[in-house]
Design a protein around this ligand. Structure first.
Ligand SMILES: Cc1cc2nc3c(=O)[nH]c(=O)nc-3n(C[C@H](O)[C@H](O)[C@H](O)COP(=O)(O)OP(=O)(O)OC[C@H]3O[C@@H](n4cnc5c(N)ncnc54)[C@H](O)[C@@H]3O)c2cc1C
Length: 386
């Protein structure tokens, strides 16, 4: 096991997509002595390794659309820049809408998306049936599609960033848990780990669903709650079209995408209480498969190959919490992605590197994402959460 450095310019806590992207972008910007701590045996075993791998431009807020417009091209260039294949596939996202209020909200969303250069369109019932003949469309009033949306492999993205950051001289450690953050005189002084202490003026909280615990170590409330979400992958389904997109029945938070020769499907339980339980809830799985089979009847012919649960890291307005924290010098957040953080990992890692090295994030204006917005009660909220 690599030795624990005694000092660092920056310590990143958490080795998912956010932490590893931040480490890579910091090292690329010339930051020396970047140290990343991951408590598990491997990187990317938290939310990132358990996620559905979807990326999309179809959001309700300008800031989320802007993050996607920067991040998705970074995923597209990933294999060239990082020398790591990530299965980038622009198969599109199809939102199926059954409630009047969603149709009205999506009208505004599509207008906003198109104004920002995103090619989202409304599909007719015939066009939906042609695109996804295996989906039962009863109750569906309208549908939006964006062919620039799609899928990529989260674990490969993490591996790419780990290798890239190490090549540039960063130290990324597994089996090293941050236990405490030393604070004195209103600023960060160091991190205590289960393998010793690192003196540092800057700590990045990239702990995903565990961000609240890491914030508490520094005395900062980061407003992030862990909420269990689960999904399953089926055995092969030969009738599945090769170009099957990500399909989301929005009212039910029920989704399907192609996973090899089978289907990956998930459905979010709206009554799931916050907590760290990552076991599969079998009662919810039964309700999920009842709903899934009604929407996609060929699922009845398939078996379940694998099921697992992971944790969303949920913020109060379903928008990320990014950047410095005014109450504590040297404490930086990259948290609260609320179920759609994998896709924003590339750009958010870059923004945090800019925040630290250039004195402020500038590729995207993150003013509306700073933690102090909760004191100002600004009222912006992301509506398109699955
Ligand atoms: C079921 C599910 C489906 C999802 N689907 C999608 C999707 O389709 N598209 C999308 O964009 N997003 C999706 N997401 C959300 C996405 O997975 C997350 O937003 C994203 O992965 C968050 O990355 P992260 O690096 O912040 O967190 P994580 O990947 O959880 O990384 C945090 C890491 O910090 C480590 N850690 C915690 N505490 C400590 C400590 N004290 N010391 C050291 N290490 C510590 C953890 O072990 C963990 O590895 C989904 C999430 C889930 C659960």
């Amino acid at each position: 096991m690599a030795l624990l450095p005694k000092t660092a310019e920056v310590v990143i806590i958490g080795g998912g997509v956010m932490g590893t992207s931040t480490a890579y972008h910091l090292a690329k910007k010339g930051c020396r002595q970047v140290v990343l701590l991951e408590k598990e045996t491997f990187f990317g075993q938290g939310a990132t390794g358990r996620c559905a791998g979807g990326f999309r431009h179809q959001f309700a807020t300008e800031i989320d659309i802007r993050l996607s417009k920067h991040s998705i091209p970074m995923l597209e260039r990933f294999s060239l820049e990082m020398g790591q294949e990530i299965g980038f596939n622009q198969c599109g996202y199809l939102f199926l809408l059954s409630r009047e209020e969603d149709v009205l909200a999506f009208r505004e969303n599509v207008e906003l998306q198109r104004r920002l250069g995103v090619e989202s369109v409304w599909l007719s019932a015939e066009e939906i049936a042609q695109l996804v003949p295996v989906i039962h469309l009863e109750g569906i009033a309208a549908s939006t599609f964006c062919g620039q949306d799609g899928l990529a492999d989260p674990s490969s993205v993490v591996q790419g960033y780990v290798k890239g950051a190490r090549r540039l001289g960063a130290t990324l450690l597994t089996e090293t848990e941050a236990l405490d953050i030393e604070v004195a005189g209103g600023r960060v002084r160091g991190v205590v780990t289960d393998r010793g202490r690192i003196q540092t003026p800057v700590v990045v909280n990239a702990a995903g669903p565990w961000a609240g615990q890491v914030g508490a170590m520094a005395g900062v409330d980061v407003f992030v709650k862990p909420v269990r979400r689960q999904m399953s992958v089926t055995t092969p389904i030969p009738q599945l079209p090769a170009d099957f997109p990500m399909v989301i029945d929005f009212a039910q938070s029920l989704y399907f995408h192609r996973e090899g020769p089978g289907i990956l499907t998930g459905m979010s339980n709206p009554d799931e209480p916050p907590g760290f339980d990552q076991s599969v809830d079998l009662d919810w799985q039964i309700r999920h498969f009842e709903a899934a089979t009604l929407r996609m009847p060929i699922l009845a012919e398939a078996g379940i190959l694998n099921s697992w649960a992971g944790l969303y890291e949920v913020s109060p307005d379903a928008l990320p919490i990014l950047g410095r924290v005014a109450e504590l010098d040297g404490f930086i957040c990259i948290n609260g992605f609320s179920g759609h953080g994998f896709m924003h990992g590339p750009i958010c890692g870059l923004l945090i590197a800019e925040e630290i090295v250039d004195g402020g994030a500038h590729t995207v204006d993150i003013k509306s994402l700073r933690i102090e917005r909760f004191e100002r009660r600004e009222g912006l909220k992301e509506y398109v959460v699955v």
